[in-house]
Design a protein around this ligand. Structure first.
Ligand SMILES: [Fe+2]
Ligand SMILES: [Fe+2]
Length: 493
């Protein structure tokens, strides 16, 4: 076993208990367990139990539980002294994982739960029941976890024990955590934008492409997406910031990671997918800028130039230095991400790399919803999703399209909307109610008179006492149409 530094001594004292698994691997597995546990808990607020997202993340909870139970007698998830523990191992924040650990901690404490103990022989249905009960359990100062304990007992579940939180203090402020998550998303997004700006500049100057420099920020994004924070997704509504190509690359990256996560890809695969997405259009760097950035009308010769970007891009990647799995997959994506009839036909869609099939969709969606010199009024997300779904040319993987439409929704977070009551707002979160895809939560920017409004979240699914909806979304805009500054946009996310 490798020598540990001082900080690891606590984990190493557990070696006997943890069997063959090293402390670090155990901690990673514990983190994966807590993350999947929290995400499923949240998913159950949004979707019914048979929803594909719920089934998928619940499956992850189950497999993580089984793996952890192989290492010890019981699996004990506990909240104490501001931290989450899996058995005696404290879960550490690491690359952005802080959000769900902190949020899960808070959700447990708010319900008066100090620990949840899972025993050998537990089955998926029992975990599902536990999470549903946790969702319906009262929370607040008086909660002592007894509701959850009682319901578990009523259902005759003997593989789960719930312990009351004794300290009783609310140590983590939910608002702070949400704010931290929001800030992490904004940082990651703009860091990626600035790195991509430099990369485009360097490639134009004929310097070698530095793939590795983006690894860290993509890892951050993968963690943020896994934690279920919507800010990063909302930021993909920022268009043409710095330049079309730079902004487009980052948006495609975020959308691809999001779709990859929905698809159930593992973290490493998601990282590779994110990196590949950033470089999909890198070949555009070698095409005269006024053509690449788009002008009102391109001549036939200029279009022919543009159509070379997949080939040029894969060449740039090939020359980027060490050939790794990431470079190879990026080359594939750069080469294959256009399935239009006017690009050379490569291999049949069902034999195209999965990353390429994902990027073909996210790339087309972001391009369609972005104002360009030749298309001042971009498609609304709804129009773009319809156009993708119609897919008469058979360009897109139908299953991925379905998943993408479900993930993005008719009104993606970050979309500017006008309400029937006259307010202007930004879509904040998908509806908390199942099936109400056209009724998200929105953050209001201005009232019916056009006066600025702060800190007001409205639920478009809200009904009056007679059961009729109070408001509808009547129109969507893009931020350029309204001359909206990015800072104003960020303020309402
Ligand atoms: Fe492209
Ligand atoms: Fe593109």
């Amino acid at each position: 076993m490798p020598k540990r530094n001082g900080k690891e001594t606590h984990a190493s004292s557990l070696d006997g208990m943890l069997g063959a698994m090293e402390g670090r691997a155990y901690r990673a597995l514990g983190g994966a367990f807590a993350t999947s546990f929290y995400i499923t808990f949240k998913n159950l607020q949004l979707y019914s139990a048979n929803n594909i997202n719920v089934r998928q993340t619940l499956g992850q909870v189950m497999s993580n539980t089984v793996a952890l139970l192989e290492e010890s007698d019981d699996l004990r998830l506990s909240a104490a002294r501001n931290y989450l523990f899996v058995n005696e191992v404290r879960l550490r924040s690491g690359r952005g994982g802080f959000q769900n650990f902190g949020l899960l901690y808070t959700e447990m404490i708010r319900r008066g739960v100090g620990a949840i103990v899972l025993h050998h022989g537990i089955i998926e249905e029992e975990i599902e029941n536990l999470l549903m009960i946790m969702n319906e359990a009262p929370n607040g100062e008086d909660a002592d976890g007894s509701y959850i304990q009682d319901r578990i007992q009523e259902l005759g579940i003997s593989t789960i024990d719930v312990e009351t939180y004794v300290d009783g203090e609310m140590e983590v402020d939910l608002e702070d955590i949400a704010e931290e998550a929001r800030r992490a998303s904004i940082n990651a997004y703009f860091r990626a934008i600035f790195l991509m700006r430099d990369i485009y500049k360097e490639v134009r100057e004929d310097k070698k492409l530095n793939v590795r420099i983006l690894k860290r920020v993509v890892q951050n994004m993968v963690d943020i997406v896994a934690a279920g924070d919507y800010t990063l997704m909302a930021l993909t509504r920022v268009k043409n910031h710095i330049s079309y190509l730079v902004n487009h690359a980052v948006n495609v990256c975020v959308l691809s990671i999001w779709l990859g996560n929905e698809l159930g890809l593992g973290k490493v695969a998601q990282e590779q997918l994110g990196l590949s997405s950033l470089f999909a259009d890198i070949g555009m760097a070698c095409i005269p800028e006024e053509i690449a950035e788009g002008k009102e009308k391109l001549s036939d010769e200029e279009w022919a130039e543009v159509r070379r970007h997949p080939l040029i891009g894969s060449r740039i990647l090939l020359r980027s230095g060490r050939i790794s799995e990431v470079t190879i997959r990026s080359m594939l994506v750069a080469f294959q991400h256009h399935t239009h009839a006017d690009y050379p036909e490569l291999v049949p869609l069902d034999r195209t790399d999965i990353f390429s099939r994902i990027v073909t969709i996210t790339d087309a969606f972001d391009a369609m919803t972005t104002p360009r010199p030749f298309r001042q009024k971009p498609m609304s997300p709804e129009e773009a999703l319809n156009s993708l779904s119609d897919d008469e040319g058979g360009r897109y993987d139908p299953l991925l399209i379905k998943l993408f439409v479900n993930t993005i929704g008719i009104y993606p977070v970050g979309t500017l909307v006008k309400l029937s009551t006259g307010e202007l707002a930004v879509v904040h979160r998908p509806s908390l109610e199942d099936g109400l895809v056209n009724r998200p939560l929105v953050s209001v920017i201005s009232d019916a008179q056009g006066d600025a409004v702060e800190n007001t979240i409205l639920d478009v699914a809200e009904r009056d006492s007679g059961g009729s909806f109070l408001r509808e979304i009547v129109e969507t805009y893009d931020s350029m149409e309204l001359d909206m500054e990015i800072t104003d946009f960020l303020a309402v996310l």
